[in-house]
Write a protein that binds this ligand. Structure first.
Ligand code: ATP
Length: 340
């Protein structure tokens, strides 16, 4: 059974349509990542699930119950925000215990102690339980913030860019840990980010969202290999997929209606000139250590591909291009199936 189901929810703020007829199901044990740029409607979607906002239309179901009109506190949800939102004057222990100490819950103190200690172990902050929250590093603070959600054992965790305020090294570390914890607990997570690496590495499924609409949902691999439109294709992959106007590819056969051809960097292959139809010129080679990024000029279009650092390529050199696994898109950016 799905833990959370959104059916056709829409939400406006004055003239802004923040969320448009969005439907999705977060299944038990899912790590569903909503990936989209700033202003896409990601936070609003989470707030609609928590009840902090109410939809103009559509419904929210949690564990089979329609909670669309229920107040926020009554939903069995834990929320982790981008900012740490800790109580600075309390110790790590008391910050973690806080969600269990509400009078309505009446959790006995020994049970609280056990939950807090288990959670601290899981997050590798057991040695910090007696520290005040303000005496922690950024990464430790964010672990405590995540821990405050974990102690409650809710039916779903909603996370709004919980790693975005951390530096790159900590982000990479906590990414791995969050995923490990989710797998260990079998937790159901709906996670919002604009970071494609987080989406690709942590998600069981990715939903790509833009202008309040869900464009595509699927496993990271499905979304990467089979994007349904050019925007989705360009959201995943570093460097970004090459998108070429069909007019510069008149030498090769394209399906009818093709306006844009997408070729992932790893599928743009270079070869010595041998009479093939597409010849480009090396513009610049960037050395990244384990691989090179080769920027090419093809009829005034800039393309990028990956190359082995041992391959000797010189700026200005002419080279043959081979487009493997091309993706075809129409004028509206919609994918056109390759002719079989
Ligand atoms: P970010 O990654 O920047 O947090 P987001 O994808 O989470 O972006 P939302 O915060 O959901 O986007 O905002 C979606 C749109 O709705 C934006 O245009 C935003 O300005 C608008 N919006 C959100 N909340 C309100 C509000 N309370 N009043 C007015 N407009 C709002």
């Amino acid at each position: 059974m799905a833990d959370v189901i959104l059916r056709n929810i829409s939400k406006r703020f004055g003239a802004i349509e923040a969320v448009r007829e969005l439907s999705l199901a977060v299944n038990d044990g899912d790590f569903l990542v909503l990936l989209g740029p700033s202003g896409a409607g990601k936070t609003t979607t989470l707030r609609l699930i928590t009840g902090l906002e109410q939809p103009d239309s559509g419904s929210v179901m949690i564990n089979g119950r329609d909670v669309t009109l229920d107040p926020p506190g009554s939903r069995d949800i834990a929320f982790v925000f981008q900012q740490y939102s800790l109580y600075p004057h309390l110790t790590v222990y008391d910050n973690l215990a806080f969600p269990l100490r509400s009078p309505a819950r009446r959790v006995p103190e020994p049970v609280i102690r056990k939950r807090v200690e288990q959670t601290a172990e899981l997050l590798h902050i057991a040695s910090k339980l007696n520290n005040r929250a303000t005496r922690l590093s950024g990464g430790e603070m964010q672990r405590v913030a995540i821990g405050r959600a974990l102690v409650r054992d809710p039916s779903i965790y909603l996370m709004d860019e919980p790693l975005s305020s951390l530096d790159a090294k900590l982000r990479a570390e906590l990414r791995l840990e969050l995923k490990r914890i989710q797998l260990e607990l079998g937790a159901t997570v709906l996670y919002v980010t604009h970071d494609q690496v987080e989406a690709m590495t942590m998600a069981t499924r990715i939903g790509v969202i833009r202008d309040g609409r869900l464009l595509q949902i699927g496993t990271p691999r499905e979304i990467y290999e089979n994007p349904t439109d050019s925007y989705v294709a360009s959201r995943l992959g570093t460097p970004q997929i090459n998108l070429l106007p069909a007019r510069v590819l008149s030498e090769i056969a394209l399906p009818a209606g093709t306006e844009t051809v997408g070729v992932r960097t790893e599928h743009l292959q270079l070869a010595a000139r041998n009479g093939g139809p597409l010849v480009g010129r090396v513009h610049r080679v960037e050395h990244l250590g384990e691989q090179n990024h080769v920027h090419l000029d093809y009829k005034g279009q800039m393309l990028v591909t990956l190359a082995d650092p041992r391959e000797a390529l010189q700026a200005g050199q002419e080279i043959e291009l081979h487009l493997m696994h091309p993706l075809y898109f129409d004028g509206a950016g919609q994918r056109i199936p390759a002719a079989t």
